[in-house]
Design a protein around this ligand. Structure first.
Ligand code: AMP
Ligand code: MG
Length: 187
């Protein structure tokens, strides 16, 4: 099982950096989006209409759906190299919900945890120009706090699994650089 987890505050551009990085390397990785796996379960249960409603659900329900998604993803990861596109901490009405509590880590056992970051002002700008999603309208200080919490969580996950933690900067107009840095990590 070769599992890499990629995380980052919403709007940081992690999916874009990942796609670009995978084009640069020989190694074959399947991208599995944790939110997609959760959304499938949540839609089947009829508890949400779209992916941005999931973080508004009762935390107990989110964790239940999270557990089911982790099992599905671990099943796929048995036979192929995967990059799991997910979150270190989900901002909910009840506080930060860990994206990888111990029962998720036991399923995934990642080899590498990637944290994609940018300046908070850059993230705020990207969120406001994204019309496809219902992004949180956070202040600069709130985005900074979220990024701090993500890194703190990544280190905790690393202590449990022995995974390495790679922090990748994805600054405005420097996507190529971010993709190159991630490609080095994934090789
Ligand atoms: P995304 O498209 O990556 O923003 O993911 C959509 C939604 O899926 C997020 O806003 C969360 O509600 C949920 N989600 C993704 N990964 C996790 C996770 N590891 N644990 C709990 N919820 C998650
Ligand atoms: Mg994404």
């Amino acid at each position: 099982m070769n599992v890499v987890v990629i995380t980052g505050t919403p709007g940081v551009g992690k999916s874009t950096v990942l796609q670009r990085a995978l084009e640069e390397i020989e190694e074959e990785y399947t991208i599995l989006n944790f939110g997609d796996a959760m959304l499938k379960v949540a839609l089947e249960r009829g508890v949400v209409k779209n992916r941005d409603e999931m973080r508004m659900l009762d935390p107990g329900v989110q964790k239940d759906i999270q557990r089911m998604a982790a099992r599905k993803i671990a099943g796929v990861a048995k036979t192929q190299n995967v990059v799991v596109d997910t979150h270190a901490q989900i901002k909910t009405h009840n506080g930060y919900l860990p994206g990888m509590p111990v029962w998720v880590l036991e399923q995934l056992m990642p080899r590498i945890i990637v944290v994609v970051e940018a300046d908070a002002a850059e993230i705020a700008g990207r969120r406001s120009s994204d019309t496809t999603r219902t992004r949180d309208v956070d202040t600069i200080a709130e985005i900074e706090e979220h990024q701090f919490m993500n890194k703190a969580a990544a280190v905790a996950y690393a202590v449990f699994t022995g995974a390495t933690v790679a922090v990748i900067q994805n600054h405005d107009n420097r996507l190529d650089e971010a993709a190159r840095d991630l490609a080095v990590v994934l090789r």
